[in-house]
Design a binder for this molecule. Structure first.
Ligand SMILES: Cc1cc2nc3c(=O)[nH]c(=O)nc-3n(C[C@H](O)[C@H](O)[C@H](O)COP(=O)(O)OP(=O)(O)OC[C@H]3O[C@@H](n4cnc5c(N)ncnc54)[C@H](O)[C@@H]3O)c2cc1C
Length: 308
């Protein structure tokens, strides 16, 4: 399956744009903030919370970074105005961090301040390992400046991740735990799926043990089961630990969690840069290209469901 996934990922640039758009439409709320806010409202009627991601990464021009920050401030104001159960997720590379870390830090600070005004939360997404140290240090800086409405992501695949969790423990961080989407060198990253799962469970359990707020972001049935086991063992009732999923992925699993009274948050990407985002994600991680293409053929030939 891995060879097929890689072949699919390589052939993506020759897929017609409309086809990529069609596939992407399942995972992306639209180009405009209005479409994204409507998606959040629809999810909230279902009982789910959301986090909005304004697409844009690897930005190198300060003007574009400022535009993205402005887009976040506007969407936060709309979230507050409509009283929607959503925060935002921000990528530092979208704020130009590779070119100018100080600018990115300043822009993120403005977004977090705007979120605080409407009592909303900002999650700093974790990008590839070349940005891990910078991301952790910017996060610490914001917390030390007194912002409590900001959280971080830790990636179970990275060998360093438990040490990172320990080094942040004094801040009692709010952490989204993920497997990690970026393909990293084996020297710094686990490859074996079972080893990544073990690391995930260890990390989640460690964070709960240290009194941190932890969210389990995964669609992996085994990890969802393991998370519920941690909750049971530690006496955490349904709703006491958040599950997070991507828009359009495994919706039946999402609904089952909601029906069981669990707290579920959906990651909702939106924005004009959907094409670049979709291609990059799919090329970076051939397994994702595989999931998506199998779903696409399922939709065309009717042998699959829209999502599981
Ligand atoms: C809310 C949220 C936020 C995230 N934030 C980050 C982040 O900041 N940094 C980071 O590195 N990673 C992030 N990720 C991605 C994460 O690291 C994983 O790459 C991703 O969640 C897939 O791993 P999994 O645990 O779902 O398990 P997998 O074993 O990959 O997936 C389990 C099953 O879910 C389905 N599935 C999973 N992903 C998809 C998909 N994209 N399309 C269709 N079906 C799919 C498939 O059926 C698959 O068999 C985030 C994920 C979520 C859910």
């Amino acid at each position: 399956m891995r060879i097929l996934d890689r072949l699919i990922a390589r052939s993506l640039p020759v897929f017609p744009r409309f086809l990529v758009r069609w596939v992407a439409s399942q995972y992306i709320a639209g180009e405009d903030p209005a479409a994204a806010l409507d998606t959040v409202e629809r999810l909230s009627r279902h009982g789910a919370r959301a986090t909005l991601d304004l697409l844009g990464e690897e930005v190198t021009e300060s003007g574009q970074a400022r535009e993205i920050a402005q887009g976040y401030r506007e969407v936060l104001s709309a979230i507050g105005g409509r009283n929607l159960p959503s925060g935002v997720s921000v990528k530092l590379s979208g704020l130009g961090v590779r070119r100018d870390p100080e600018l990115a830090r300043g822009l993120l600070g403005e977004i977090v301040a705007a979120a605080r005004e409407v009592r909303r939360f900002v999650r700093i997404d974790m990008e590839d390992s070349t940005l891990t140290d910078t991301t952790l240090s910017i996060y610490r800086g914001l917390r030390e400046d007194g912002f409590a409405n900001v959280g971080i992501v830790l990636q179970a695949c990275l060998r360093r991740t438990l040490e990172d969790a320990a080094s942040l423990a004094d801040l009692r961080p709010d952490v989204r735990v993920v497997k990690g989407i970026y393909v990293e060198p084996e020297a710094i990253s686990l490859r074996d799926p079972e080893a990544i799962r073990e690391s995930y469970v260890r990390l989640l359990d460690f964070l709960v043990d240290k009194g941190c707020r932890a969210a389990a972001a995964t669609h992996d049935g085994k990890l969802i089961f393991a998370t519920k086991e941690i909750m049971r063992r530690r006496g955490i009732t349904p709703g006491g630990l958040e599950f997070q999923m991507l828009l359009g992925v495994r919706e039946r699993l999402r609904d089952a969690l909601l029906a069981a009274g669990q707290r579920v948050r959906i990651y909702v990407p939106f924005g004009k840069l959907w094409y670049e985002y979709s291609l990059r994600r799919l090329r970076e991680n051939p397994a994702v290209a595989g999931h998506v293409t199998r779903q696409l053929f399922g939709r065309i030939f009717g042998f699959g469901r829209r999502s599981r």
